[in-house]
Design a protein around this ligand. Structure first.
Ligand SMILES: [Zn+2]
Length: 286
């Protein structure tokens, strides 16, 4: 400790006595600012000198026509013209269209579908439900196309989702002929989306209407539904049979708003990517 201080002080003296020496990396003393200032000044001088030489050469070798009035005029005109050209591009804001959903009222515009003995037809029931679903989804901020069974718009139809609404037979089959069915268009290029739309419809429709789901009675008529082959392959589509017109007649005709809400909630679940795990919690298996 007593040795170190005299050594450092002598080094400091040596440094201050000859400021032009380059400091070594080991030197603990800061370099005097006058040294760096001197270097900076020298560098600036060099830059100015070079600049003056270049400018002189430039004006010597490029006579007055470069900076003639004509040339300057042209430069100003071109530089002045550019911003005018840029701002003259019409900036018409194209309003982004509202997201679209398609709802098919099964058999509408084609045939009556199932018919009850008292004259109630499937098509009128489908149409009533589909209209309520459309109103629900419009209230939620979507554009909705209410489509007929063989609507011309279905060809290459593009939408966030397409749901076709049908109902089952009005004949008495057996006591199990009650509840709803859902089938997705698996021909979609995004089968996982089709599965999700199905899952959403099954979950929401079931919980809103409290009706039973019939996964085992889905017919080929549903899975090979003609509409699925017409629409754009990127449109996620499903068909729902909202109930049997015989045993489910009461809820279908007297609580049609519930039937419709079940469907629209299912569509919203899919479009908004809602959580499907908010079901009643099951006890964990031991
Ligand atoms: Zn039908």
């Amino acid at each position: 400790m007593t040795r170190a201080n005299p050594f450092q002080s002598s080094s400091g003296k040596k440094q201050s006595s000859s400021q032009q020496n380059h400091p070594t990396g080991d030197d603990e003393f800061p370099e005097p600012t006058t040294g760096s200032g001197f270097n900076m000044w020298a560098a600036l001088q060099s830059v100015f000198s070079v600049a003056i030489v270049i400018a002189t050469l430039f004006t010597m070798w490029n006579p007055s026509n470069i900076f003639s009035n004509q040339m300057l005029d042209r430069m100003f005109k071109s530089s002045a013209y550019e911003p005018v050209k840029a701002t003259s591009i019409p900036l018409t804001p194209t309003p982004s269209p509202r997201p679209r959903i398609g709802i098919v009222a099964g058999h509408w515009g084609n045939d009556s579908g199932a018919v009850c003995q008292d004259g109630l037809t499937e098509v009128e029931l489908n149409q009533k439900i589909a209209t309520l679903v459309r109103d629900d989804l419009i209230n939620e901020g979507y554009d909705v196309d209410l489509l007929t069974e063989k609507d011309e718009r279905l060809f290459e139809y593009t939408a966030l989702a397409l749901v076709s609404i049908h109902n089952d037979s009005c004949d008495y089959i057996n006591n199990d002929a009650t509840g709803f069915k859902v089938a997705a268009a698996m021909s979609s290029v995004f089968p996982e989306k089709a599965s999700r739309l199905t899952a959403c419809l099954v979950d929401r429709y079931g919980s809103v209407t409290n009706m039973k789901y019939h996964p085992n009675t889905i017919t080929k008529d549903m899975t090979n539904y003609h509409t699925f082959n017409e629409i754009h392959s990127e449109t996620t589509a499903a068909i729902i049979e909202t109930g049997f017109m015989n045993l489910d007649r009461q809820i279908l005709t007297e609580h049609t708003d519930l039937i419709a809400r079940g469907i629209s909630q299912g569509v919203l679940c899919f479009i908004r990517n809602e959580d499907l795990n908010n079901k009643p919690t099951q006890e964990p298996t031991p």
